[in-house]
Ligand binder design. Structure first.
Ligand SMILES: NC(=O)c1ccc[n+]([C@@H]2O[C@H](COP(=O)([O-])OP(=O)(O)OC[C@H]3O[C@@H](n4cnc5c(N)ncnc54)[C@H](OP(=O)(O)O)[C@@H]3O)[C@@H](O)[C@H]2O)c1
Length: 201
């Protein structure tokens, strides 16, 4: 399969297209034929060597695609399922490739309402927001929340979750007119609930 790999840590000029063997799913794993990959900030941190890794290294954590093969003991997924997930765990190569294998617990079935491209932008940011707001932050119906950085990757996910959980009024921050307009148009948050942080200390 074709993959974008690095053979040392550094800048983006190290990316090379290479042919690698198509991975085989082990016990509890699925193989996904990738349709889209997300670009998450963790990718550049891995590229720069902050977390180590073995070469040739295929980057890419967020992905979507179609299940292409399943290993033993996989019950919840079948060949042909549209899925999205996180290329995590020791068995997984990254998602800048045509195929990846990943433990089944790191994927979910893709909702039909999401395109493959949209789904590949969801996993890490939404899980981060979910862990922060729901698992640890006790997001509650009708309870107001204040959230810095509502226009960012994690912030947008958090504002989406606030809608789903029907919190009370949401107050957030923006650094530019563009960010503020995005927050208002995408999440219906009125401008008097968006604090502009430029010049604040
Ligand atoms: N992305 C992930 O999946 C992920 C996962 C785990 C942890 N994190 C952490 O979560 C944080 C946000 O990451 P992100 O990927 O969502 O970043 P991002 O997309 O670059 O968004 C950054 C947000 O912070 C706001 N901001 C910047 N400077 C600010 C300031 N001085 N005061 C208030 N707000 C300010 C930005 O507002 P404007 O754009 O309006 O200026 C923007 O909304 C980072 O600390 C990151 O390390 C991210």
């Amino acid at each position: 399969m074709k993959a974008i790999v690095i053979d040392s840590f550094g800048e983006v000029d190290l990316f090379q297209e290479k042919d690698l063997p198509i991975p085989k799913p082990g016990r509890g794993e699925v193989r996904v034929k990738l349709r889209a990959t997300g670009f998450n900030p963790v990718d550049f941190k891995i590229r720069k060597g902050l977390f180590g890794g073995e070469f040739p290294l295929v980057l890419g954590v967020d992905f979507s695609g179609v299940v292409d093969a399943v290993g033993d003991l996989v019950r919840d997924f079948s060949v042909g399922d549209g899925v999205f997930g996180i290329a995590f765990g020791p068995c997984s190569n990254g998602s800048y490739a045509e195929y990846l294998c990943v433990a089944a617990q790191f994927i979910a079935k893709k909702p039909k309402a999401l395109s493959f491209e949209e789904a590949a932008g969801v996993p890490v940011t939404y899980l981060t927001a979910f862990q922060s707001l729901v698992s640890k932050g006790a997001l509650q119906k009708d309870r107001p929340i204040f959230l810095t950085g509502g226009s960012g990757g994690v912030g947008s996910a958090a504002l989406g979750l606030a809608k789903v959980y029907e919190t009370g009024p949401v107050f957030t921050m923006a650094g530019s007119e563009e960010s503020a307009s995005y927050i208002t148009s995408r999440f219906s948050i009125p401008s008097n609930q968006i604090l502009r942080y430029e010049g604040l200390s």
